[in-house]
Design a protein around this ligand. Structure first.
Ligand code: AMP
Length: 492
């Protein structure tokens, strides 16, 4: 679905100058309440997407935005929208005085939560109410918040439809719509849900669409739902950030874990996101790293929403050293100062490579992206080279032969275990030999045909829902993870 040529828009903003001078927020005709919130965040000058998009959105135009994640696009769309909505600001307690005026749709719970937190910060000095709804958690608190009235609603499509059906929110006064990570929403299979949601909205509205890539599907979406949009592009879609050092090491499958441990040590990496291709692989690898003495968490689609948010929060707070994740964490997540990303498995989809490594080197910081390549990965690496239009150099990795004894492992059953020191202070791990783990030596209890590999359930998304007949129910993955009998959760 990759198309490097952004199109589908009728007019375009002027091309980027070679090195545009930084423009300060104070030069914008934004309400002082918003400028104060921006200053609170410590932002001084605008990022390129902000400098381009904010004036266009303030002018009321529809926007088709091609911006890499980490470019500051949330502020690029939300600051001008908040400014335009301030005319409706009021301190009334009546829900009728706080109808939904801006709707932001995001593909995953994590992204929705992150976007909502940013918008809440930007709106903090106003009386505009901001709320987020996503699946996987109780609807009741969300319902209460919606019924009190909110002006800005951030939502994943599935849960929003649940609330619409339950008549918890009315969208007939929506003036602004943002489709964030639109390509991802289509990948997941949200098109029918999006079409349905958009059909509830007034035709007279301002619509903004952001996407990392402009595929033919995205262009069709834009043609159907945007009016005479301005294209705003700040980085070539599919481009990898130039401030990320990309290394490819040749290893065998059996040596991958030791390779990560050694590279953490030799490059003095304090924290890293480790991407794997399967949910089961993520759980298993996280446990292995934990045995190696690293504070590790796993993030994948079979974790409950609460677990996913907790893992992410702990990682962002630096309490977790390694976050082992599937591509659920590859897009849009903003982890400040993340020094490194490992591709423990080369992704099946080359676009995921771009998204994965985009988690490091954010907001201008430098980052390191290490990909472990086995002999079977040649074709996948060739796909990546084609996409990023760059030749990669496959380097050998000399692994230390000596294997020091394992560090004491934490007893997982002991909930009273002392929390360990924060990640920033950790000393590089020692290499442990692969050991058997009784947890994983237990007989595998697959339930019927449900134990499909993660890549076969790649378009997971919505749970079985009456409103989305086109979205297949997720297959449950065997009850191996944590021995829990909890049902598989939906990503949105
Ligand atoms: P986003 O692409 O919206 O996820 O933003 C990426 C990161 O950049 C977030 O941590 C923002 O808080 C940060 N950010 C956004 N705008 C600016 C700015 N103008 N100056 C510095 N940081 C920013």
């Amino acid at each position: 679905m990759t198309d490097p040529t952004p199109a589908g828009a009728t007019s375009a903003a002027p091309p980027e100058a070679a090195a545009p001078a930084p423009v300060r927020f104070s030069t914008l005709p934004l309400d002082p309440k918003l400028l104060r919130a921006v200053a609170d965040q410590g932002y001084e000058s605008m990022t390129p997407i902000q400098a381009k998009a904010i004036p266009v959105v303030l002018a009321g135009r529809d926007v088709m935005g091609a911006a890499q994640t980490g470019t500051g696009k949330t502020a690029a769309f939300s600051l001008p929208l908040l400014h335009r909505m301030l005319k409706h600001e009021n301190a009334s307690m009546s829900p009728a005085r706080h109808p939904v005026r801006a709707l932001v749709l995001a593909p995953t719970r994590e992204l929705a939560d992150q976007v909502a937190n940013n918008i809440k910060a930007y709106a903090q000095h106003s009386n505009l109410r901001v709320a987020v709804v996503f699946g996987g958690i109780d609807m009741k608190p969300q319902t209460e918040e919606l019924r009190k009235g909110v002006e800005v609603l951030i939502a994943t499509p599935g849960r929003l439809l649940d609330h619409i059906e339950a008549k918890n929110c009315v969208l007939n006064q929506v003036e602004y719509v943002v489709l964030d990570e639109a390509d991802r929403m289509l990948d997941i299979g949200f098109l029918p849900d999006l079409q349905r949601i958009l059909s509830y909205l007034p035709a007279q509205r301002q619509t903004l669409l952001f996407s990392a890539t402009f595929s033919p599907e995205i262009r069709r979406l834009s043609q159907s739902y945007l009016q005479d949009p301005i294209t705003v592009e700040v980085a070539r879609p599919n481009a990898t950030a130039t401030n990320v050092e990309q290394r490819f090491y040749s290893v065998s499958d059996d040596d991958k874990r030791r390779a990560v441990l050694q590279l953490l040590k030799s490059r003095a990496i304090t924290q890293a996101l480790v991407f794997v291709n399967s949910k089961l692989g993520a759980a298993r690898l996280a446990r292995s790293f934990e045995r190696d003495g690293l504070k590790t968490a796993a993030l994948h689609g079979d974790k409950s929403q609460d677990e996913r948010l907790k893992s992410l929060a702990a990682f962002k707070a630096g309490e977790v050293e390694l976050l082992v994740a599937t591509d659920v964490a590859a897009r849009g997540l903003d982890i400040v100062d993340l020094p490194a990303v490992f591709n423990f498995d080369v992704p099946f989809n080359a676009e995921d490579y771009v998204h994965r490594i985009g988690r490091t080197g954010r907001a201008g910081a430098s980052g390191l992206a290490i990909t472990l390549v086995t002999r079977d990965d040649t074709r996948l690496v060739a796909d990546i080279e084609k996409l990023i239009r760059q030749k990669t150099e496959l380097e050998p990795l000399e692994l230390e032969t000596e294997r020091p004894p394992r560090r004491q492992r934490r007893d997982w059953s002991d909930d009273s275990a002392e929390p360990r020191a924060p990640a920033r202070a950790y000393s590089p791990p020692r290499v442990a030999s692969p050991a058997s783990d009784p947890f994983f030596d237990r007989p595998y209890e697959a339930s019927s045909a449900e134990a499909a590999p993660a890549w076969e359930t790649k378009a997971p998304a919505a749970a079985p829902r009456s409103v989305s007949p086109n979205i297949k129910p997720r297959r449950k993955v065997a009850a191996l993870l944590g021995g829990s009998a909890a049902p598989a959760k939906t990503p949105a």
